[in-house]
Design a protein around this ligand. Structure first.
Ligand code: SF4
Length: 295
């Protein structure tokens, strides 16, 4: 279903929410400091008035009362007051009888302010899935990205959500450490993901966006984008180190050069074989052309 447009600015959502109703409970990101992220630099963070959000839900229900999935935008809806989120979720349940899932991005900062009890209550009301940009498990990489947390804190915060019964969809940013930290980034990221045991896991490839500190770093020569083959090597190291009990893995985001998909641990051998084939014969590998990449 189409996204609602109550405020200016591009609306972002994860690829898996392509068919969801996108409801902007908040505008922008309250943190807004990650060096690679240009999504919300054009807008100040604010929580939208509840009445405005409720009107929008009613308008969406008038168009399509059969909505089953909703994504709460923008970047950091979970940081809003729990009472506000409860009211939004209640309005969604009233409007959409077939509602099956509500998801949102969860910054580490939002996970830090939400209690487990609040997250469990919100889950009971339908907010069952958080998208968490872990980005890396390597503390030097996390510091360079200005995520605001180290790997241990990321695990602690992610596990708060898991203990509240919320499913996690985690993202790792390939190339985030550059060539110099590639091996360490891959290994430490796998270690952190192993401790989180997310339901979903995806990789994105670092893409410098104009207007971000990362883009400036590229211009100043302090960060260099990694080549597709080097990223494939990094991804191979990462997947080889994963020890997961049941996680759906995707590298199908448009930023990736190689699109892989499988369930871990079942498909690990196949995924590694696909990467080995690409590394052994790059000319024959289905690398996405640069012009077809995007965020
Ligand atoms: S927390 Fe997420 S939305 Fe906010 S700046 Fe970082 S990556 Fe962007």
């Amino acid at each position: 279903m189409a996204a609602m447009h109550p405020a200016p600015g591009t609306i972002y959502r994860p690829p898996s929410e392509a068919n969801s109703l996108i409801l902007r409970a908040t505008i922008g990101c309250s943190y807004n400091r990650c060096t690679f992220c240009g999504m919300y630099r054009d807008r100040a963070f604010r929580v939208r008035p509840l009445a405005e959000v409720e009107r929008e839900i009613a308008a969406a229900a008038a168009i399509d009362p059969g909505v089953r999935r909703v994504f709460l935008a923008d970047g950091d809806a979970l940081v809003a007051r729990a009472s506000f989120l409860e009211a939004v979720l209640a309005a969604l349940r009233r409007a959409f009888q077939r509602l099956a899932r509500v998801g949102c991005y969860a910054s580490p900062q939002a996970l830090a302010v939400r209690t487990v009890a609040e997250m469990a209550r919100l889950r009971e009301l339908g907010l069952t899935l958080y998208y968490l940009g872990v980005e890396s498990g390597e503390d030097r990489v996390l510091a360079a990205l200005e995520k605001g947390v180290d790997g241990a804190e990321m695990v602690r915060l992610a596990n708060k959500a898991t203990s509240a019964g919320v499913k996690l969809s985690t993202m790792i940013l390939l190339g985030a450490g550059g060539e110099a930290l590639s091996e360490s980034h891959a290994q430490a990221s796998a270690a952190v993901i192993n401790r989180i045991q997310p339901r979903y896991l995806s990789t994105l490839a670092m893409m410098p966006v104009p207007g971000t500190p990362l883009f400036e770093a590229v211009e100043q020569g302090t960060y260099a984008e990694m080549a597709p083959l080097a990223l494939a090597r990094e991804l191979r190291t990462f997947i080889a180190r994963l020890e997961l009990g049941g996680t759906i893995f995707r590298s199908n985001h448009a930023s990736n050069y190689l699109a892989l998909a499988g369930t871990l641990p079942k498909d690990r051998g196949r995924l590694l074989a696909e990467l080995d084939a690409a590394l052994a014969d790059p000319d024959a590998a289905p690398f996405r052309a640069e012009w077809r990449r995007g965020l």
